[in-house]
Write a protein that binds this ligand. Structure first.
Ligand code: CO
Length: 296
């Protein structure tokens, strides 16, 4: 009798165990998109992030789209000032796992696959290696805007269109400020973009970076080489026209801003165009098409 009860108990255990296991496997598919930005605490600059976020929402109306910021400084500032909790990519993925998402597509808003992107990739690869209850059935990561030579050509086309009026105005050079990622091979994408721009409109754009290379000194070398430069337009080569654009690029009162440095170098006619690339509709279209490719 005793052995019969033990056997019965074992059968019940095995049955519920297998029922539980198959319930995990048969879990209904639930797809989600996680868009990831560095973040910004400037409400006006956030328009660029919103544009990409809402264009993803619009392109995938049946899929939940969530937002995460990589910058803890910005996340804490927003928490303090706006009482708004924007998650890190790590906590957003954990939350989506908790809520039963089975397929998640992570899409960074970054220009180059630099240091920030490496961190997001390390995180998604870590999550993707988890099997069973705490794993996703599918977890993919999209590529930043400048991830290939073809990407640089596409970006150059966007920039030529964006600054068409300035290009038509002879004697105008457009100086773009990228972020830059020092000691990272992806920093070379700025030079690749320069090559694409020079092929399309020779000598009309100069690409520099605030934290990597080319530096503002490199920008000045190119400007001086071209004796025909009469006007300069300064603009960020960043998704968001935030802190770097407003301070390091355009601040007239800061002697170390690019605006002031170029004034000191003898350029009198300098204008600024402080709109994040994320506000560009073509940029938004590329963003959603990169997500679409991932979900195939
Ligand atoms: Co920075």
């Amino acid at each position: 009798m005793k052995s019969f009860i033990v056997a019965l108990a074992m059968i019940v255990l095995v049955m519920t165990g297998s029922a539980f296991a198959s319930a995990q496997n048969d879990k209904a598919d639930k797809k989600g998109i996680l868009v990831v930005s560095f973040g910004t605490s400037m409400p006006d600059a956030k328009k660029a992030i919103d544009n990409l976020f809402y264009s993803a929402k619009k392109a995938f109306p049946d899929t939940e789209v969530r937002l995460a910021y990589t910058s803890n400084i910005i996340r804490r500032k927003i928490m303090k000032e706006q009482n708004l909790n924007i998650p890190t990519p790590a906590s957003a993925l954990a939350q989506m796992n908790d809520e039963g998402f089975t397929h998640v597509y992570v899409m960074p808003m970054h220009i180059i696959p630099g240091e920030e992107f490496d961190d997001i990739r390390s995180l998604t690869e870590g999550f993707a290696s988890v099997k069973g209850k705490y794993g996703f059935k599918e977890l993919k990561l999209g590529s930043p805007y400048l991830s290939s030579i073809a990407d640089c050509d596409i970006m150059a086309d966007i920039l030529v269109k964006r600054f068409a009026k300035n290009i038509a105005d002879k004697g105008t050079t457009i100086v773009l400020m990228g972020h830059g990622t020092p000691e990272h091979i992806a920093n070379a994408m700025y030079s690749q973009l320069q090559l694409s721009l020079d092929r399309k409109v020779p000598g009309r754009f100069i690409v520099g970076t605030v934290e990597g290379a080319p530096t503002i000194d490199d920008v000045i070398v190119r400007l001086k080489h071209d004796k025909g430069v009469k006007k300069i337009v300064l603009s960020p080569l960043m998704i968001v026209a935030g802190d770097h654009a407003n301070n390091d690029l355009a601040d007239k009162n800061d002697p170390e801003s690019w605006y002031s440095i170029l004034k000191a170098a003898g350029y009198r006619d300098i204008k600024t165009f402080l709109v994040g690339l994320g506000e560009d509709e073509t940029m938004a279209r590329i963003y959603t098409s990169k997500i679409k490719d991932m979900m195939k």
